[in-house]
Structure formats: C-alpha cells, structure tokens
Design a binder for this molecule. Structure first.
Ligand code: SF4
Length: 151
C-alpha cells in the first residue's frame, strides 16, 4: 500500500507543468470505492443533466477546441469503460495527437476494447486493481466476467 502515493508522485514529477484535461465519461460508478467522492459528483451532475454518458459527438466537438499539446486523461470520478464508446473517444483523442492517460479498474472493458487499445501508445495507463471487497463494491470481487478483459 505504501507504493501507491509514491507512484502518484512519480506520475506528477514525470511531466511537470504539462496541461491535462480530465474527461469523465459517465455519471456514477458501480465500483463504489468507499473513499471516493464520485457519488457526490453524480448527485451534483444529475441536477444539471440526466444524461448518463458523455455524448461522443459532444466530446469530439469539445476536443476540437483543445490544443493538441494538452494531455487527455480518462478518469475523473467515473470508470471510463462504463461508457460503451469509451474506446472510440480514446482513439479520437489519440488520432488528434494528444498524449492520452488512462486510469481504470477495467470494469466495462471487453476483449474488443483491449485489442483496439493495444495498438495505441499511452502516456500513462494505470490499472486500479480490485481489493478484497474492503473498500470496493464487494459484489464485484471475484466476478471475473465483470472484471476481466474477456468478451
Ligand atoms: S473505481 Fe474510481 S471512480 Fe469508481 S468508485 Fe473507485 S475510485 Fe471512484
């Protein structure tokens, strides 16, 4: 457990001063880590919009105004692949020339997503592995079909 803060420090130090736009692809996260404030984010977001997923066209339109030197991070109080078209957004950001950062538990990702992502080169790809159910949704622990990369 002590390696976790060290890893985050290393990630920050590796790219000092760089600008990163964080993308939240969905509202609400089924992993429900006890230390995460995603439920507060979801409560506030639902006051603004009932949309569960970020629209792919909205994402592309917004990204067209972002300088290519800005990194794009898929994380942000959600599990990115609970959005069915997350890989499409990742590929789009990558094709525009952005450095792409991924932070994921892999929940929602399937084998097709893995194959699409394998051909890309990421600035960062961090996998948040499941625990024994102490801090994460215990119903997900041991469910290889929801936590694995199999189709
Ligand atoms: S997987 Fe990430 S977004 Fe989801 S509850 Fe855990 S820390 Fe929050």
């Amino acid at each position: 457990m002590t390696a976790y803060p060290t890893t985050l420090q290393n990630l920050r130090a590796a790219d000092p001063g760089s600008k990163v736009l964080e993308i939240t692809t969905t509202t609400g996260c089924i992993v429900r880590c006890s230390y995460c404030s995603q439920d507060k984010f979801a409560d506030r977001q639902r006051l603004v919009s009932q949309a569960k997923h970020l629209g792919v066209q909205d994402f592309k339109q917004c990204l067209s105004r972002v300088p290519r030197a800005t990194g794009i991070s898929f994380a942000g109080y959600s599990e990115p692949w609970l959005h069915p078209h997350c890989s499409t957004m990742v590929e789009h950001a990558y094709a525009r020339g952005h450095d792409v950062r991924i932070f994921t538990t892999l929940v929602g990702m399937n084998g097709t997503d893995v194959r699409r992502l394998q051909v890309l080169r990421f600035k960062t790809f961090v996998v948040h592995v499941p625990d024994d159910g102490t801090y994460m949704n215990s119903r997900l622990v041991g469910k290889t079909t929801s936590m694995s990369c199999a189709d």
